[in-house]
Write a protein that binds this ligand. Structure first.
Ligand code: HAM
Length: 438
């Protein structure tokens, strides 16, 4: 019989056996972010609806079709966050972070919500890890961001990624590009979806990330009526061009492989100049982006703050973990250090001992206080490195029996030597997770 309640469509439970892989990925990421000097920030998972509408763009899919918008009991207009750059910039302004230093390097991790059509790699609740560098407009900031982006993937064992990159220039560039796009699409205008026709008037760039299959076929080059996609790089202003050249030179100097993608306009409206993404085709074209980001020099000002540059990215953890799994990453939970077996007469002592040992070791025992044989069996099945046996006579003499469950070697030792003995058998704590990437 199907259970009465199921997780809402597009959400999933991450069960303990999957969590090991997630935790491994998160720990690796924390290490990289820390070495780059980024500090964690945690913002609410819901914000004023207006914050997202203003920054992601009224005509973006995220705002028009995918927002979890709701009113609370006082009628406030709120939304579950579809992304976190707006929230971070809101917090930056709200806490006057500009007065606490010129440059802020921030990172975050957590759930985001978008009401899309769920499929493999696309969920309504999904997790992102992201970083934002606020306060620097120099091209070196873009290069640092892309290096951090690539190094996170490298730490997860992706040694073979090429970053797709483009520049969206300034608002003026995008207006000029919009005109080019309209002219380019004129021959097929009638065949575009109603949404795209509307957007061509209000926000032409959004037509490029239409998910309508007809639009995708037209724009993706399947239609012979269209020549090559117009290039934003051809209409860049001189300053954005110089910035672009320096970003590419910086990427080359840092040994980061890149390729230009003229169609990379991103799905959110706040981008200026550099945009970038990485893809893994194994997930299917519509959800192949493992992560993406770019510069957003107008966002903080749009929120009512002073003109402040920013650049950042987010990586979709669900997709990344899926690909890691496909590539054979195995993450096993650390084995138990010890399983404590006791007799009727030493049970009380065992409770005390287990609690003491758990301050340092991973320890289990038989909660049901079953017979000696059942406990021995449970110890064997537990995968523990050692069994610690509290025999009545030994315990009275101040001794315990320690058996190495792999080799079967058993010794009787004074109680005081137990911790030292377990330390000897315990793996170094950093190796607590055994993970292999191939
Ligand atoms: P985004 O490209 O919208 O950018 O999302 C980043 C990543 O989140 C995507 O590349 C993808 O891996 C993952 N993602 C997005 N939607 C879903 C979904 N429905 N299911 C699973 N994964 C998904 C941003 O969110 C920007 N805030 C990035 C940024 C930061 N730009 C500047 N700073």
């Amino acid at each position: 019989m199907a259970p009465k309640h199921q997780a809402p469509r597009g959400t999933r439970d991450l069960l303990p056996q999957e969590i090991a892989r997630w935790q491994w990925a998160e720990e690796k990421a924390r290490g990289v972010l820390d070495r780059y000097g980024y500090r964690e920030i945690r913002t609410p998972i819901f914000e004023d609806y207006e914050l997202f509408a203003r920054t992601s763009g009224e005509s973006s899919d995220v705002v028009q079709k995918e927002m979890y918008r709701f009113s609370d009991l006082k009628g406030r207009d709120l939304a579950l966050r579809p992304e976190n750059t707006a929230g971070v910039c809101r917090a930056y302004l709200e806490h006057g972070m500009a007065g606490q230093g010129r440059i802020h390097r921030l990172w975050y991790m957590g759930p985001m919500f978008r009401y899309g059509r769920p499929q493999k790699g696309r969920y309504r609740q999904f997790f992102q890890i992201g970083a934002e560098l606020i306060g620097v407009d120099a091209p070196a900031a873009d290069v640092e961001m892309i290096a951090l982006f690539v190094d996170l993937f490298e730490a997860w064992g992706f040694g073979d990624l090429t970053v797709a990159i483009n520049s969206l220039g300034t608002a003026e560039t995008r207006r000029a590009y919009g005109d080019k796009l309209r002219a380019w699409l004129a021959p097929v205008h009638e065949r575009l979806s109603a949404d795209s026709k509307g957007r061509l008037e209000t926000n032409p760039l959004r037509v490029l990330d239409s998910k309508d299959p007809g639009d995708v076929a037209l724009i993706g080059g399947a239609d012979q009526a269209l020549g090559p996609l117009p290039r934003m790089l051809d209409v860049l202003d001189a300053d954005s061009r110089a910035h672009w050249d320096q970003v590419l030179a910086g990427l080359d100097a840092s040994g980061i492989p890149w390729e230009i993608d003229h169609g990379l306009v991103r799905g959110l409206d706040y981008y200026t100049r550099t945009t970038f993404e990485v893809h893994d085709r194994s997930l299917g074209a519509a959800q192949s982006a493992l992560g993406g980001g770019g510069r957003y020099d107008g966002l903080i000002e749009a929120l009512g703050g002073p003109s402040t540059p920013g650049v950042g990215f987010s990586i979709g953890l669900d997709r990344t973990v899926l690909v890691l799994e496909q590539r054979g990453l195995e993450a096993a939970s650390a084995p138990l250090d010890a399983f404590v077996v006791s007799m009727e007469t030493t049970r009380a002592a065992a409770l005390d001992l287990v609690r003491a040992l758990r301050r340092e070791f991973r320890v289990d025992f038989d909660l049901e206080a079953r017979g000696f044989g059942a406990q021995m069996k449970a110890a064997g099945k537990s995968g523990a490195r050692r069994m610690v046996l509290l025999g009545e006579d030994e315990w009275r003499r101040g001794e315990v029996v320690v058996k190495d469950l792999a080799s079967g070697v058993q010794e009787t030792i004074p109680r005081e030597r137990l911790i030292e003995t377990l330390r000897g058998s315990a793996p170094a704590k950093e190796e607590g997770k055994e993970v292999r990437t191939s």
